[in-house]
Design a protein around this ligand. Structure first.
Ligand SMILES: NC(=O)c1ccc[n+]([C@@H]2O[C@H](COP(=O)([O-])OP(=O)(O)OC[C@H]3O[C@@H](n4cnc5c(N)ncnc54)[C@H](O)[C@@H]3O)[C@@H](O)[C@H]2O)c1
Length: 363
């Protein structure tokens, strides 16, 4: 696919992943319109493209009637990343908010169909995989795409909405011929990441010198954190090579224990701290790692960034760009919310956390 002068809509383009995707699309010469309501995205992530006039930016809520229709007008490819989303602390504690993605995705897909866009690429997630396959950290399981099937058992309303998004696109292709691809991102990290995701949370705790150093869960959870540069490369390849709505995993096959990642963060940052385990806090599945052979086959894609290498780079970025006092003031709130973090944790989140904590204290 030739990206030069191609008209591309990037929803959620001011986000962590969206802004990295924007960097690549601009570099390839695409004419990009970003639409984002800035509910968690930040203008500073994309400012340099706005100031040199290379990108059109629209601030609007895609759930509002008519907005998606206006946004997709004249577009060839749509990368759909806008979502009500956050890390584990957010998706566990904000089910209703995540359910609104059903409306958001439905609006965007329908508008794309009506406007006859050539291709839509959807930011899906490892959260579509059945919870029951991810319960035992002792088991070596690699999640293959075909494991998403009856009996469906997605991870929270967030995961169910992503699953419905994928299935909607597959139906649109089967029944109406609309071309699409879904990319199942696995726990993405890197520069511009947010503290409501585990890796950035660990780095932030080290940055403010937290002691005891809090780890949610038992620390035995297994993850395959995947660097944002690999995610973006895979997403562009999916736009180029998939058209029938196939969902493909974008994730490394490195199995890393949360506690090992914590130790690496402490060692690299030269901190020493007591570890305080908090099993009462949201932890997610115990064992989530992708199989990426389908991406190798269909996209000729393989992750290039090893976890510890990417982790060190992300720590260097965080430590060189953040202000310690500011992070200290907002960290607790950022762990469970999506915003940039000046408002206090909402009352309903406080209530849910307090309930968890009381249950844990009683146990
Ligand atoms: N970060 C991860 O580990 C991860 C993993 C799997 C999937 N994803 C998906 O990747 C995408 C990008 O996530 P991210 O981590 O970069 O950050 P994010 O959650 O901040 O990205 C969502 C973006 O969409 C915008 N947005 C939300 N609701 C909107 C609306 N109604 N109208 C317009 N814009 C709206 C937000 O302001 C934000 O810029 C999301 O779809 C997310 O579900 C992320």
């Amino acid at each position: 696919m030739d990206w030069h002068r191609r008209k591309v809509l990037l929803t959620g383009g001011a986000s962590f992943i969206g802004s990295h995707l924007l960097d690549v699309l601009v570099q390839r010469g695409a004419q990009v319109r970003v639409i984002d309501d800035l509910s968690s995205g930040k203008l500073e992530n994309i400012r340099r493209h706005l100031s040199n006039g290379k990108v059109e930016f629209v601030q609007a809520d895609l759930k509002e009637p008519g907005t998606a229709e206006r946004a997709v007008e004249g577009m060839s490819v749509v990368f759909h990343l806008a979502a009500d989303h956050g890390g584990r602390g957010y998706v566990d504690l904000h089910q209703a908010a995540c359910a609104t993605n059903l409306v958001l995705d439905g609006n965007v897909f329908r508008a794309c169909y009506r406007a006859k866009v050539d291709k839509i690429v959807y930011a899906s997630s490892g959260c579509v995989y059945p919870n029951h396959l991810q319960a035992n950290p002792e088991e070596v399981v690699y999640l293959t795409e075909d494991m998403v099937g009856p009996p469906y058992d997605a991870d929270n309303m967030y995961g169910w909405a992503k699953l419905m998004g994928e299935m909607t696109l597959q139906s649109y292709y089967r029944d109406w011929g609309m071309k699409s691809a879904s990319c199942r991102y696995f726990t993405v990290y890197g520069e511009r990441g947010h503290e409501n995701h585990a890796v950035i949370a660990m780095i932030a705790r080290a940055f403010v010198g937290q002691d005891p150093f809090v780890v949610w869960g038992s620390g035995e959870q297994i993850r395959n954190w995947t660097h944002v540069s690999d995610i973006v490369r895979g997403t562009v390849l999916a736009a180029e090579k998939i058209e029938d709505g196939t969902a493909v995993n974008l994730g490394t096959m490195e199995r890393t224990r949360v506690m090992d990642a914590v130790k690496e963060v402490l060692e690299y940052t030269g901190r020493q701290a007591e570890i305080e385990l908090r099993p009462d806090m949201p932890t997610g599945p115990m064992n989530r790692v992708a199989d990426n052979s389908l991406a190798k086959k269909l996209l000729n894609w393989e992750p290039e960034v090893k976890f510890y290498e990417g982790l060190h780079g992300t720590i260097d970025w965080y430590f060189s760009t953040k202000d310690r006092e500011e992070v200290r003031a907002v960290l607790d709130q950022r762990l469970t919310e999506r915003s940039a973090g000046t408002s206090p944790t909402t009352d309903s989140t406080k209530q849910k956390l307090a309930t968890n904590y009381t249950k844990h204290a009683r146990a």
